[in-house]
Write a protein of this length. Sequence first.
Length: 215
Amino acid sequence: MAVVTLSSAVLSFAVILLSWLGSVLWRGDIVSLLTPRGMRWIVGSCADMLATDVVVWLLLLGLAYGVTVRSGWAEALFANASLLLTPKARRPAVAAATTYIERVSFRISVAVLLVMVAVVMLMLLTPHAILLSATGTIAHSSFSAGMVPLASLCLLVTSLCYGLCIARFRTFEAVFDAMVYGVRCAVPLIVMYLFTALCLNLLMYATGQTAHAVT
């Protein structure tokens, strides 16, 4: 990720310089970023280029990831998945490695997850579903636009339920620390995305494409 970020930063400066050279050689085909018009676009559109849905998605997924890991739900999920793949003769020994509280808590969290999924499906499959588009399709609907936030919310609530049941989260500070941990893990992806999106937007503007095409 560091290599990609550095490469994007170097390419951004290269695009700015090459856009000036290209505007001199090919004129109408290339838009120079070193002209007053280009500089105004860079300064005025910088926030719009970087403040995209992807940044919000990465932050929300980071929050959900932190709670999932710190609550122990991810570990419990892998343990139960491996239990299903274990031969029946060895399953009692594998199940004995977890406590009764952990098993019950995992089942409760899965039940919570299934309830949330069922609620979302009801808002998609019922007549005049509220999450569908005006034409009754998933494409360009509220569901397609909010799929990542919905998935993050379901994962966060499920993990939080498990963490509370097994007393992994005893205070709000513990939950907050778990969220901060997740965002900290997502920061490298966010930094890489910001530099990559900036480079691609500069390239598309210099070549006469629609600005802010990279979201």
